[in-house]
Design a protein around this ligand. Sequence first.
Ligand code: NI
Length: 256
Amino acid sequence: MYKNIFDTHAHYDDERFNEDRDELLSSLFKGSVSHIINCGCDLKSSLTTIELAEKYPQLYAAIGVHAHEASDCTAEDLAEIKKLYSHSKVVAVGEIGLDYYYDFSPRDRQIEVFTQQVKLANELDLPVIIHDREAHEDTLNILKDLRPKGVVHCFSGSKEMAEEIVKLGLYIGLGGAVTFKNARRPIEVAEYLPLDRLLLETDAPYMTPVPFRGKRCDSAHIAYTAEKIAEVKSMDVQELIDICNRNAKKLFGINE
Ligand code: NI
């Protein structure tokens, strides 16, 4: 069994964990997983994320408003979330970003809410956790303009875009998608990506790696993602996991 897995992106507040959340998290932390960052997507899930972080010493909170929730979120919600950043377990602004695949919120509103939160992260000196789905150009322009520190999670762009992201000093999060049969792009990105820019993640309960694709994902499944990336990079799996653990601790300012 591997050890020291740092899952930099999960949603354990999701209702798919209602039946066994505590049992599962306890067993993960007794097993291969050392740390988890749980990401909120709106005020409600940001509050639940903080509750989880208070309960589990190795679980940290990222809080913010997701692209999908941009149109529903009010100025009061954003102000309420802003107050929560002083909590000692909150280590990032996220998950925030743009999603032009689903377009659940109008694009101009997505850009407004995203930009506002990147500016806030800079003000608070916190990293951002960015969701970018089919919005590569706008995402990149905002990042070039505002230059936050952080990670583009579940990276789905090309190798060329990955190069741009790396040039901006940002990290790239790779998850279960590298194990999928049609994974040409994520594999090219994994091949190219310098090891000091790589973070491992799940997006649990989603993006479950092969051979469990379709089932509920949890942080232990990162083993399969790490095995695939290590294979592509011709390196030892545990060494890759250890490097990504150090990268994550550095980015999110976690010492223990
Ligand atoms: Ni997510």
